[in-house]
Design a protein around this ligand. Structure first.
Ligand code: THU
Length: 132
């Protein structure tokens, strides 16, 4: 992916982070995904008084993409305010693997930046084929 595409996703994720609902952790996260067809979808974390009901920014963005009819994702940007760039959590890795096993991931936290590839973050992912 070229740098301008990453910049577009970073801007979108940063904007989404502004809507994060994180009254319990005060850890606001924004995410933006790029679908195979070139569309961008965003999400933020949405916490809940029943803590386990919290949804992460990455799964919120994934849900927005699927809701719009997209199936395959090619890139994901995460924006947080952490001390260092954060990788997606385990639940998000599993959810994302179904829609982009080779997903390119870039995470920003202030000046910090890290790049990941989903297949390296979740090798041997359980998937649809295992249900056969
Ligand atoms: N969170 C995300 O939205 N994405 C991540 O990659 C890590 C964690 C959220 C969940 C919760 O609302 C808060 O950050 C603290 O874990």
């Amino acid at each position: 992916m070229d740098e301008s595409a990453w910049a577009t996703l970073k801007r979108a994720a940063g904007e989404a982070r502004g809507n994060a609902y994180a009254p319990y952790s005060s850890f606001a996260v924004g995410a933006a995904v790029l679908s195979e067809s070139g569309r961008v979808f965003t999400g933020c974390n949405v916490e809940n008084a029943s803590y386990g009901a919290t949804i992460c920014a990455e799964r919120a963005a994934l849900s927005a993409a699927v809701t719009a009819g997209e199936r395959e994702l090619v890139a994901l940007v995460i924006v947080s305010g952490a001390k260092s760039a954060i990788p997606p959590c385990g639940i998000c890795r599993q959810s994302l693997a179904e829609h982009g096993p080779a997903l390119a991931i870039r995470s920003y936290a202030g000046e910090a930046q890290s790049d990941y590839e989903l297949s390296a973050l979740l090798p041997e992912a359980f998937g649809r084929r295992h249900l056969d």
